[in-house]
Design a binder for this molecule. Structure first.
Ligand code: BGC
Length: 743
């Protein structure tokens, strides 16, 4: 039966736009409208079935915990996102879950955000490409997803009330593009609006966000659901374009919605539109496949992809270890791995694998272990450290597992510092002082500082959070079964304060001002000339890559293509990530970051092998959001296309010239003298048509320098005895859009 809003009563419609319990939509079985079943994600299922609750207090079904977004981001590889999403899709089908709540593609504005482990990157392109790959793959399994949290939800502090005060250009260039790309390329079934306000208006009630931009401009044709508890005024939310309130309210809100229609606060046509969208979700309804999930195969997959996400930050040659290296393994996380974050994404795992569990596969020797610290701080810190130091002094290599504990970071709160726990820093320093060589393996969801001990150690492997097979994946990398190929999806700064967002994080009195605007992550550090400890895009390999024959070819008024030859010059197979940045700073009066990632591709090559990578740069690689035009604009001018090993290490660059959009700006009497003189239509004829010696005098470069910023009205005023106002009017008329013939 094909049901439409017009077949339903007002009561039925009011129920459809409100959930039932935490995980179901409303069903009308007599009309064949079945409940649609939702479950958290995104890196594994937190399926609770009927009777579940959304606070994580009751157990959920066992599922594979794949690497969380922080790790997927570091893979820089859409196929990693795809493989994970396909497997989660299969697990969802087996359980009868119709929509998975993820991926989370909010930008890591500050390293302090407690939920950074659930987000992909500080860069919108990387987040968008990986997010789109995830959505396409999971939806190909017949499982919808809910891309979250739309939008500008970049902190946990006060998340249900705070207003993210962000100017439009910053939203368009930094905080929207990942959502935009996913909507346009992958057509997600649903989006989840965020809790916060944007410039004072709750995301759930924000018509500009949910209707004008999302649907009007990007063409989103799915449903928008609220984050859990993000609706405060149902009528306002429905009118704005929010379709589904989650979770259900035990029947409290449907009568309010029906009343709002009756008393005219809510237009029934708006309700009907949302009802149609909720009915559209029936397309994702499927009975459980009851397919037998091969949990061993999924665990193996979790291990395989995790190994592709770990980032080798530093290595003096100590890694990879050999099976005969005499090791001391130190740190509680080697035995009790930290591999996922806390909160709504917490998965009840099918199993977990520690580094110690995996060791017998990889080393021929018995390995000594000392915990070095404990997770709750209840033990004797110095005794634990001393025991570890003693073990380390007798080994060839000490491998220390350090990082953040579950209680140090989670959904719900932000961190206040990026330091490792002090006991761990003391431990690393003490061990490094006695061990011939020390390797540090880090497990953390948000970035941690490596200052204070970085120079003491031989190698650092940043695992972030790698999912339930983290221990095996780390062992594979450490022993060289897998050649590391992860790259940082976020900057590791020397100091937290090197991120300009720090001065406006997490805000006060209900507002957080995004005063740093576009200067987020590496965009900030490269623009402000502040070296990172490890820049965005950094990551080492056990092999070496040569980059040669960098070419950039202009392919149109606003596009180009970059090419480079990559050769694996080392002894073993490995993967390199080609990174193309654009420096648009030499154009006009628009402030641009020093460089921005505009294309990337990960390539795997055997020893001695080469390939030529060709990366198209479309108009968005050069455009900025012009608030005057309310549109993307590519200015005419020169752009430098750069090949980076990371965001700080540019190995080749080439300037190109683009003709751009040829936008001719309208002149008014508030436009400055300089804007008039340099205007492409008026400039060349102005001094002839406004026949005035005074004007010719002030137009001389050395005079203009001082008074070029005068609005034309002041000049017109001073010439009023000799130049008729109509002369100015006539010139301005030639700049009106409908009059202009582009020069
Ligand atoms: C989180 C969402 C999550 C939802 C359901 C909310 O608190 O912000 O990301 O999907 O709960 O658990």
């Amino acid at each position: 039966m094909n049901i439409a809003a017009s077949d339903l009563t007002l009561e039925q419609k009011s129920h459809l736009v409100s959930g039932v319990g935490p995980w179901y939509t409303f069903g009308i079985p007599e009309l064949d409208v079945e409940p649609v079943i939702l479950s958290d994600g995104p890196h594994g299922l937190r399926y609770q079935g009927e009777g579940g609750e959304n606070f994580g207090l009751t157990e959920s079904a066992k599922s594979t915990c794949f690497p969380p977004a922080v790790a997927i981001g570091s893979s820089w590889d859409p196929s990693v996102a795809e493989r994970v999403a396909t497997a989660i899709g299969q697990e969802a089908r087996a359980l009868g879950v119709n929509i998975v709540l993820g991926p989370g593609v909010n930008i890591k504005r500050s390293p302090l955000c407690g939920r950074n482990f659930e987000y992909l990157s500080e860069d919108p392109l990387l987040s968008g490409v990986l997010g789109a790959a995830y959505v396409e793959a999971i939806q190909a399994e017949g499982v919808g997803c809910s891309v979250k949290h739309f939008a500008a939800n970049n902190q946990e502090h006060d998340r249900m009330r705070v207003s993210s005060d962000v100017d439009e250009r910053t939203l368009r260039e930094i905080y929207f593009p990942a959502f935009e790309r996913i909507v346009k390329e992958a057509r997600p079934a649903t989006l989840m609006c965020s809790y916060n306000r944007i410039n004072g208006v709750f995301a759930s009630e924000n018509r500009w966000l949910l209707t004008d931009v999302l649907r009007g401009e990007w063409g989103f044709d799915g449903a928008v659901m609220s984050d859990w508890g993000a609706v405060h005024d149902n009528a306002a939310a429905l009118s704005a374009g929010l379709d589904l309130e989650m979770p259900g309210t035990d029947g409290r809100t449907p009568p309010l919605i029906a009343d709002a229609v009756r008393n005219g606060t809510l237009d029934e046509a708006d309700l009907d539109v949302s009802v149609e969208r909720i009915l559209g979700l029936q397309a994702w309804r499927a009975e459980p496949s009851h397919a037998e999930i091969d949990v061993d195969a999924h665990h193996r997959l979790a291990r395989e992809v995790a190994a592709e996400c770990a980032v080798l930050l530093k290595n003096d040659g100590t890694l990879p270890l050999s099976a005969t290296t005499k090791l001391a393994v130190i740190g509680e996380f080697a035995r009790t791995p930290r591999f996922q974050g806390g909160g709504s994404s917490h998965v009840a795992v099918t199993r977990s694998e520690s580094f110690l569990d995996a060791l017998p596969e990889l080393t021929d020797l018995d390995v000594a272990f000392a915990p070095g610290f404990d997770l709750d701080g209840s033990g004797d810190e110095s005794a634990l450290r001393d025991a570890a130091v003693e073990l380390a002094s007798d080994a060839e290599v000490a491998v220390i597992f350090a990082g953040l504990g579950e209680s140090d970071e989670s959904e719900g709160f932000d961190r206040t510092s990026i330091e490792l726990p002090r006991a761990q820093v003391d431990l690393i320093r003490a061990v490094a002082a006695v061990a011939p060589r020390t390797v540090v393996v880090l497990s953390n969801g948000g970035v941690v500082s490596v200052e204070g001990w970085h120079d003491d150690v031989a190698a650092i492997l940043e695992g972030f959070l790698l999912g339930q097979a983290s221990g095996g994946a780390i062992a594979d990398v450490v022993f060289g079964v897998v050649n590391p190929s992860g790259r940082l999806a976020e900057t590791i700064p020397r100091r937290l304060a090197d991120h300009p967002s720090t001065q406006n994080f997490p805000g006060e009195r209900g507002h957080v001002v995004y005063g740093e605007r576009l200067l987020v992550g590496y965009r900030a550090l490269t623009t402000l000339d502040t070296p990172a400890r490890y820049p965005f895009g950094h990551g080492l390999s056990y092999t070496t890559f040569e980059l040669s024959d960098f070419t950039v070819e202009v392919t149109g008024a606003d596009s180009a293509v970059a090419g480079v030859k990559v050769t694996n010059t080392g002894p073993r197979e490995g993967a390199h990530v080609v990174q193309i940045y654009v420096d648009a700073t030499s154009n006009g009066d628009i402030q641009r970051p020093a460089r921005e990632l505009r294309a990337f591709e990960k390539v795997t090559l055997g020893p001695g092998e080469s390939t030529v990578v060709s990366l198209p740069l479309d108009r968005r690689a050069f455009a900025f959001w012009d608030i005057d035009e309310s549109d993307w604009v590519v200015e005419a001018g020169s752009y430098i296309v750069q090949l980076g090993r990371d965001s700080e290490t540019i190995v080749a660059e080439q300037p190109i010239s683009l003709t751009g959009d040829g936008i001719v700006r309208e002149l008014t009497l508030w436009s400055t003298l300089e804007e008039w003189l340099t205007h492409p239509v008026v400039g060349p004829v102005m001094l002839d048509e406004i026949d005035s010696d005074r004007l010719r005098y002030v137009a001389q470069p050395h005079i203009l320098r001082g008074i070029g910023t005068l609005p034309m009205r002041k000049i017109a005023d001073s010439l009023r005895d000799t130049v008729a106002p109509e002369t100015f009017d006539a010139l301005m008329a030639r700049t009106r859009r409908d009059e202009v013939v582009a020069p």
